[in-house]
Every structure is written in structure tokens, then in C-alpha cells.
Design a protein around this ligand. Structure first.
Ligand code: ASP
Length: 578
């Protein structure tokens, strides 16, 4: 179609030029015989002035129109838009297509419910504020391609239909039509393939990879998501992290013009858990966790404290309502979610510690507590006792919610760090089974290898996460490249030799044929786009996301399928009603 340029290509430099524009009617203002139209295309808005409004066809919001006219200086400039100094004086307006009244308003601000926005996503995406997120996302990808190619990476695609593999989360399964009773799994990540590419001699691989995990959804999680997936050979951990920091720096610069200072800080997992109660600490504010078991309560008369493995606390400044019933109940409920009975709360007021728990605290302990927290009038101590792997995350979560509530986090600031030295294994709280902290291919630290046969829980690993503003923006590990170590790790995770052979035979075999030392990581592209796009909702940066119930309100996926489809796949459904 005829079009001379996009709206925001025009400026005062184009005054008196004849132009033909295409776009959507964003707004109309009819002032008697003069009509003003805000014309929107992907680049932005421009004002169209029509002198003889009765000579042009009827145009309404969201009609697609073609405008022919002359660029003119605007009498009252509008500094809020890029083309605010000019307007196009229309000679002709052609209606290319009409539009019904839209169910949501196409404007930056919206009060439409999210499910309505997702149902009419094609309209929601027309909103300029939404389109900006996709510019950021696209720029991240452009920078990634150019940076990684500069450092001799090659992009290679890996399969979507894979064998089921244990990476922690539940998998999406795809029934095979040809092999009834057998299933492909959608990849949680290209992990094993990228390792095979290192055995295959590519040395530096990357892929903007679609991944799938069937997990409960949260504000920063989607069932299908995208990773910048990376693998390299022959680099040690610091060499690799340096290379990745460079990528992050270029991404921040090219998307939002922000200068990230390198090298990034490295914090051990232990320190992150002890000080911030989280392996993805937001270190932009204090309220750090304090160890109280040895420092204050070593001789406590309170029974629950005597039995507890860990007693830790935080001091929240200047909150007046924390001792109210409602807030206490909410805090105790939070504690229950983490498997703890409750919290002990004390308030420091006029030099005294108050609250129903105060009667269990001796005078000496009170003095120690006040000095440990360097308490100020109105401070509140929130104390948790129990196993450290429950106490830390609980206090970490409370810390974060007060940090936000009390406005302690400065907006538009960025906090980037590596968390390193993760343990190899964790005990799953529910099943009490050993699970890999990252995944089973993670290489134990050389100096901890001797624990492999004695006490594997003591082993730390070459694993690292990049944390940005309290989000895990990426993570990875150096990998095991010794077949025997890999087999032992599988055994520790509860897989018998037989199972290893059946599930990972090719993988363990491949390690025998000159596997280079290798390692890599994956950045969450959606999370990066969300952080750089300045939204806390991951669905904003995904064109067609699922809602929190894992449903796509536009297409209604997942949907029922016909009996014939099921039969072809050799499947039948269990009638849950019976
Ligand atoms: N595959 C890992 C993940 O998706 C990242 C890595 O270890 O490279 O988290």
C-alpha cells in the first residue's frame, strides 16, 4: 500500500512535504468543521488536521485509515509526543477498514481486568505501552546475537520433542501417534543437547530457546518461556562469568542506556542465605537476618528455642501496626506456609521490649537483643526458630515484603550480583529425598570430590546464578565431564545403574569419547525483558501468555480433544467422575 514513511519519521524538518501515512485512529476531536485525528502506527502518534470534516468519510476509533496530506507546523505544540511540533494537514482520508467498538480501551493506561486483556490480546498489544516491552525484548535478542557472535559462539537449534529427563520440574508430555504408549517430553531446557554439542566439538554454542515446565505459576513464571541458552568448552568459572557479565553489560546499555559496573560482585550461597534468607537476595536494602541462637538465646528457657536448630531474627524499622492482631495473624500464617509453628515478635518502645513473647525473654537476653539489632524506638524484632532451611527463607520472604511495603527499595535502581558455591544437593522438604540443587550434571568443586563417597551433602558445586533486583535472571554450572563421577551423582540421586543406563545411556557413554571440560548457563529472556521493561508482571513481556491458571484466554488452550484424536494416539481418558 502506498505509504511514504512512518509517523515518527516526521519532524519539523519535513514541513511542507507531501506525505501518505497509514495507521489506526487513536482519537478524534470534532471542533465544528475542523476535525483532529490522532493517527497511531507502530512508531507512535501524529496529529492529523482535517479542515472540511464533512468532506471526508466517517472515521471512528481504531478504523484503519490512509492519510494523504502536507506536514505543517502545529499552532500549539504537544511536548508529550515525539511529533508534537507538527501535524499533517489532510487532503484525503481513505478508510482501509472499519472497527467495532473495542472491548478494551487502546491507551497506555488501562483498568481492564487481565483476563479481558488476554482474551483480546490482539487489541491489548496495540497499546503503545505494551509495544514498548517488545522493543526491549527484541533489543535484548539483537544484542545477544551480536555479542555472542563477536566471541565466536554459534547458534544451533535443538529438538522440541525430546526424551523425558530429570531437571527438577514437571514435564509436558506429548503422546506418540506412531509408538502408542510412548511419549516425547517438551524440553525443560536444551541441557543435555547443549552438552552433547560440546562433545560434538562446537566449543561455544547458544540458542534463544523455548522451554517448557509444568509448574505452578507465579507473577514471574510461565509454562512456556524463553531462555538465552549458552554452553562453552575450556573456560573455568571466572573466565566464563567474565564473558557473561560482558553480555549483561551490553544488554543493559543497548536497551535502557544503563552502565553496569563490572566485575559484578560474587556472594556465596551460604552468605546469601544467612544474611538475606534467599539465594536471590535483593541487596538494595538492609533488614538483614541476624543469628540469635548462639549470640542471644544459647541458654533460653523457652522450650521451642532450646530445641531449635536455628534461631534468627530481623529488625524492621519503625512500623507501628506490626503487633496488631491482624498483622500478627498474617505473619504467623506466613510462618505456617514455611512449615513453622509461628513467629516470636517483640517491639522496642521507650527503651523496653514489649509483646506477649517478652515474658519468655530474660533481662540479659533482652539487653543482648537490643544491642545485636542496634535497636531504635519503634523497631520490631521478628524472630523465627526451627530448621535453618525453613527459618531462613521465611525471614527472607518477610524481609522482602517489608522492604517493599516501607518503600526501602529505590525505584529505577539496579542491583546485580552472582550467587556462587551452591551446595550440590538439597533435601526436598516434602519427600526428604536428596535432590540436585541445580541439575544432576553439575560439577562438584574439586576440593569437595572426596565427600562423594562419604558425605555428599557437604559438597559444594561450580554453580552460579545471576541475580538482578532479587530476581534469578539466569543460572548455570560447570558440568561433570568424568563418566564415573556422573554415574555416582545419578546413584546419589536415587537412580540405579540400570535406570542410568536406560535413561542416560547415551549421555554417560558420550563422556568417554574425549569430552572437553565445559559449562554454561541460561538467562531467562522473559525475566530480563521484565526487569529492563520495568514491569513486575512476566505476562507483559510475552505476546500470548497463559494466565495464572495456565490457560490462554484468547485461544482457550488447553482444550478438550475429540475421541477420534485420542484413539489415533492410543489414549483413553479416565472418567474422573466415577
Ligand atoms: N539448563 C539450566 C537451566 O535451565 C541452565 C544451565 O545449567 O545451563 O536452568
Amino acid at each position: 500500500m502506498e505509504r511514504t514513511c512512518w509517523n515518527t519519521d516526521l519532524s519539523a524538518l519535513n514541513i511542507n512535504q507531501k506525505v501518505t501515512l497509514l495507521g489506526w485512529v487513536s482519537k478524534r476531536r470534532n471542533l465544528g468543521s475542523i476535525l483532529f485525528i490522532d493517527l497511531r502506527d507502530r512508531s507512535g502518534l501524529i496529529q492529523i488536521m482535517v479542515k472540511d470534516a464533512d468532506k471526508i468519510p466517517d472515521v471512528r476509533n481504531e478504523y484503519v485509515i490512509q492519510v494523504k496530506g502536507v506536514v505543517s507546523k502545529r499552532e500549539t505544540p504537544n511536548p508529550k509526543i515525539k511529533t508534537g511540533e507538527i501535524e499533517v494537514l489532510a487532503d484525503e482520508i481513505i478508510v482501509v477498514n472499519t472497527a467495532k467498538t473495542t472491548p478494551i480501551i487502546i491507551a497506555d493506561e488501562t483498568d481492564a481486568l487481565e483476563d479481558t486483556r488476554l482474551k483480546y490480546r490482539y487489541l491489548d498489544l496495540r497499546r503503545p505501552s505494551m509495544q514498548k516491552y517488545f522493543d526491549v525484548r527484541d533489543q535484548i535478542k539483537i544484542t545477544t546475537h551480536s555479542y555472542l557472535h563477536k566471541y565466536r559462539f554459534i547458534e544451533i537449534e535443538t529438538p522440541m520433542l525430546c526424551a523425558s529427563s530429570p531437571e527438577g520440574a514437571k514435564e509436558y508430555l506429548v503422546p506418540s501417534r506412531i509408538h502408542h504408549g510412548s511419549f516425547y517430553a517438551l524440553p525443560q531446557s536444551p541441557q543435555m543437547f547443549k552438552q552433547m554439542l560440546m562433545v560434538g566439538g562446537f566449543e561455544r554454542y547458544y540458542q534463544i530457546a523455548r522451554c517448557f515446565r509444568d509448574e505452578d505459576l507465579r507473577a514471574d513464571r510461565q509454562p512456556d518461556f524463553t531462555q538465552i541458552d549458552i554452553e562453552t568448552s575450556f573456560l573455568d568459572q571466572d573466565e566464563f562469568l567474565n564473558l557473561m557479565e560482558g553480555l549483561i553489560k551490553e544488554i543493559f546499555k543497548s536497551t535502557i542506556g544503563y552502565d553496569v559496573k563490572l566485575p559484578l560482585r560474587q556472594m556465596t550461597y551460604r552468605e546469601a542465605m544467612d544474611r538475606f534468607g534467599s539465594d536471590k537476595p535483593d541487596t538494595r536494602f538492609g533488614i538483614e537476618l541476624h543469628e540469635l541462637k548462639t549470640k542471644v538465646f544459647k541458654d533460653s528457657s523457652f522450650e521451642a528455642f532450646q530445641k531449635a536448630d536455628a534461631i534468627r531474627g530481623i529488625c524492621v524499622p519503625n512500623i507501628s501496626d506490626v503487633t496488631s492482631r491482624k498483622v500478627m495473624d498474617a505473619l504467623n500464617l506466613e510462618a505456617k506456609k514455611f512449615g513453622l509453628g509461628g513467629l516470636s515478635i517483640l517491639k522496642y518502645e521507650n527503651g523496653e521490649l514489649l509483646g506477649s513473647f517478652a515474658k519468655f525473654v530474660s533481662e540479659e537476653e533482652k539487653k543482648l537483643l537490643i544491642s545485636e539489632f542496634d535497636a531504635k524506638h519503634n523497631d520490631v524484632f521478628i524472630i523465627a526458630a526451627g530448621p535453618a532451611n525453613r527459618v531462613n527463607p521465611l525471614l527472607g520472604a518477610i524481609r522482602l515484603s517489608y522492604g517493599r511495603q516501607l518503600g526501602l527499595i529505590k525505584p529505577h535502581t539496579f542491583d546485580l550480583l552472582w550467587v556462587v558455591d551452591f551446595p550440590m544437593f538439597e533435601r526436598d522438604i516434602e519427600s526428604n529425598k536428596m535432590v540436585a540443587s541445580h541439575h544432576p550434571f553439575t560439577r562438584p568443586k574439586d576440593e569437595d570430590l572426596h565427600y562423594l563417597d562419604t558425605d555428599p551433602t557437604k559438597m559444594l558445586s561450580y554453580a552460579y546464578d545471576i541475580v538482578i533486583n532479587g530476581y534469578e535472571a539466569g543460572g548455570g554450572t560447570l558440568r561433570i565431564f568424568d563418566q564415573n563421577v556422573q554415574k555416582k551423582i545419578f546413584n546419589i540421586l536415587g537412580l540405579s545403574d540400570e535406570e542410568v543406563k536406560e535413561k542416560f545411556g547415551y549421555f554417560v557413554d558420550a563422556l568417554q569419547y574425549g569430552t572437553p571440560p565445559h559449562g554454561g548457563m541460561a538467562f531467562g529472556l522473559d525475566r530480563l525483558a521484565m526487569i529492563l521493561g520495568d514491569t513486575d508482571n512476566i505476562r507483559d513481556v510475552i505476546a500470548f501468555p497463559k494466565n495464572l491458571s495456565a490457560v490462554c484466554p484468547m485461544t482457550n488452550a488447553p482444550t478438550k480433544v475429540s475421541e477420534d484424536q485420542l484413539k489415533e494416539l492410543g489414549l483413553s481418558l479416565i472418567d474422573e467422575g466415577k
